[in-house]
Design a protein around this ligand. Structure first.
Ligand SMILES: Cc1cc2nc3c(=O)[nH]c(=O)nc-3n(C[C@H](O)[C@H](O)[C@H](O)COP(=O)(O)OP(=O)(O)OC[C@H]3O[C@@H](n4cnc5c(N)ncnc54)[C@H](O)[C@@H]3O)c2cc1C
Length: 427
């Protein structure tokens, strides 16, 4: 007898996609044959985005924050396919990949996330985005060339006072130290608009202590290769800069625009509480590309925290749908917020009564991510060992870790492959 396996195809291996695959694999499939799970991503590595800032100061290595998919799925029945999704045909249940390859599915998970959109400014060629490993490498190369130029100052403008702008400002201030002149530009009245008052206050203080010049109620009018023009209360000012980082404006993957399923004004796919899209019960949408509302109609934030929680619900519901059981409604639990603020410092604000800052928050943030959020036990153990070895080295070198000395560097994330391959062999 030929047993035909149900095909589950997961597009996108970010927080939503990889965790859905791993959860699905862990479920026990007694009532029906285990489905075939195919995970598709354009990159060969999962990126743990909350730690991307640590590459700017070289507090962490790339292999720690970006483990290869093949290592994460080792020992599971998940198939990984590295390819760019080019088209999704909901009617015929097919996905077209690069070079004409077609994937057929019975169940589909859409988890392609969002991408940087520099469309909000003209001359966007002059601005750097910071969302991917490639962005971090490009930024590092630029910083290295500025550091090597012997200029007495390195002037960096960061557009956007949300979490990305704030975290980048802190890391850059600590990396560049006295040489750095960092301008953080925010259109609104405060930094970290959607964060707790505690986080807003501590972040403002931490950046001010590091000499970051915070421009609130200020709009970016235009940018050029060596300057940024700002407007504040009707006054126009042009500041000469060496580097512009653009942290505002993202958009969902453009191929979703052609899907015959209802989307909101930001092109996010509207889902049912079960995470299925409208009119297609065989398709689940989660993570940053989905417009998911809680039982009170409030939109769930587009964060790793939410995507991670959606992944377990999607895996449960996929199994329930395949085996004919009732599906669950997704319930989001907001556990709090964590931000890195320069080297060895952070903010943790959780459950309304835990408010930590500085080194204690830094250690808490690292441990929470390591123990509760990084994928697979194998990767967590390897990273833990590395951190322990680093701590011992720091202890025996009397606190003179090369990692903390961020100025005058002769190495860096610009040469990532070295550190990647060195450690991949151990995974
Ligand atoms: C620098 C940074 C720091 C962040 N820090 C935090 C934080 O501290 N806490 C928090 O909660 N959230 C944080 N976020 C937000 C968080 O990363 C996202 O909300 C989360 O990653 C969303 O998960 P996702 O699976 O929807 O999308 P993603 O994680 O973005 O994954 C999408 C995946 O789809 C792949 N993909 C896209 N298009 C294609 C295609 N056409 N073909 C094949 N593959 C494709 C991508 O390669 C990617 O792997 C941060 C984001 C960034 C950029």
């Amino acid at each position: 007898m030929i047993v035909t396996h149900t095909q589950i195809c997961i597009l996108g291996g970010g927080f939503a996609g990889i965790y859905t695959a791993l959860y699905l694999n862990k479920l026990s499939w007694k009532r029906s044959p285990k489905p075939e799970i195919t995970l598709v991503d354009q990159n060969d590595r999962f990126l743990f985005t909350p730690f991307l800032y640590e590459l700017v100061t070289e507090e962490l290595d790339q292999w720690e924050i970006a483990p290869p998919y093949l290592k994460l799925i080792r020992g599971t029945k998940i198939q990984f396919c590295r390819s760019v999704v080019q088209q999704i045909d909901l009617k015929n249940r097919q996905v077209q990949l690069q070079q004409g390859k077609l994937l057929s599915y019975d169940w589909l998970v859409l988890a392609l996330g969002r991408e940087a959109s520099l469309k909000t400014i003209s001359d966007s060629d002059y601005a750097f985005s910071f969302r991917t490993l490639a962005d971090a490498q490009k930024l590092n190369e630029k910083l290295q060339s500025l550091e090597a130029s012997n200029n007495s100052t390195i002037r960096v403008a960061i557009a956007g006072g949300g979490s990305s702008g704030v975290e980048l400002a802190g890391k850059l201030a600590d990396r560049l130290q006295e040489q750095g002149h960092i301008y953080l530009i925010e259109r609104g009245e405060k930094l970290l608009k959607s964060f707790t008052t505690f986080s807003q206050k501590i972040a403002f203080q931490a950046l001010a202590e590091r000499g970051v010049k915070i421009h609130l109620k200020t709009k970016v009018q235009s940018i050029s290769s060596d300057s940024i023009t700002l407007e504040h209360q009707g006054q126009i000012k042009t500041i000469p800069v060496d580097l512009i980082l653009w942290t505002v404006g993202t958009r969902v993957n453009q191929l979703l625009r052609h899907l015959s399923s209802q989307q909101n004004h930001q092109d996010q796919l509207i889902t049912l509480p079960t995470l299925q899209i409208l009119d297609h019960p065989e398709v689940f949408a989660l993570g940053d590309l989905a417009n998911i509302r809680d039982h009170q109609g409030k939109q769930i934030p587009t964060t790793a925290q939410a995507a991670y929680q959606q992944a377990s619900c999607a895996a449960y519901n996929l199994q329930a749908a395949i085996t004919g059981r009732p599906l669950r409604h997704f319930r989001y639990i907001h556990l709090g917020e964590m931000l890195t603020l320069g080297t060895n410092s952070a903010i943790v604000s959780s459950l309304g009564f835990i408010n930590l800052k500085g080194r204690l928050a830094h250690i808490t943030r690292r441990l929470v991510y390591l123990l509760l959020r990084m994928p697979t036990l194998r990767h967590r153990i390897q990273v833990s060992k590395h951190w322990l070895a680093r701590l011992l080295l720091l202890y025996f070198s009397g606190g003179k870790s090369t990692r903390q000395t961020t100025n005058n560097r002769s190495h860096s994330i610009g040469s990532p492959d070295h550190s990647l391959h060195q450690n991949d062999s151990k995974l």
